[in-house]
Design a protein around this ligand. Sequence first.
Ligand code: CDP
Length: 230
Amino acid sequence: MGVPDCIAIDGPAASGKSTIANKLAEKIGYLYFDTGIMYRAVTWMALRHEIPFEDETGVSTLAKNVPIDVKPPSVEDGRDYDIFVEGEDITWKIRLPEVDHNVSVVSVYPGVRAALTAQQRRIGLQGQVVMVGRDIGTVVLPEAELKIYLDASPEERAHRRHQERLERGEKANFEEILENVRRRDKIDSTREVAPLKAAEDAVIINTDNLTIEDVLAEVEKLIDQFKRGK
Ligand code: CDP
């Protein structure tokens, strides 16, 4: 048998999930799907519609009723995909600090999670997908044949996020980013529904001292093991 049909990659903020998953998907010809963009899109919609983040019903209704369109990139500005909501290109807006700061609060709401998880599961079950998030191996696709949990220290992750921002030409403050990473870790891992945690059958990779190429090599080794085991 070949490559696992569904590959789940979970882990905390800026642990390198998206980069690894994107490269891996390209290599094996799978769809790369980052579920974080959906939580970010809902957060952006709440800002746009001036719905307070504390308004659980209002935010959950948005998640349920407003479609999030994810398509192949139409602009060459470093994006991996186009994200449109209500006709607006929000691909970069979902990376703004206001979104970063509030996305974990929005992600706690069971109504938001139910709406987004259903869409993610539908995409995942079509197979040949590398899906990235916090709860893919535990909730969205527990049947994924290969589950990976990427971790790194908060300092290392904040350093990576800081670099990303600077590379995009944005202003960035390391201490603020570190504080936000810690805060999001706490909210994400202590929420009641689908908290951030490694699935029991996930392989945990600590990426603190690893380059992207190192991590990719580890993941490819796991895929080879999977192939041999079948
Ligand atoms: O890119 P980064 O790792 O900073 O975050 P992300 O993957 O874009 O996810 C942003 C936020 O969405 C996370 O901090 C979680 O609160 C939430 N999220 C979630 O709850 N479940 C997922 N499957 C994906 C993201």
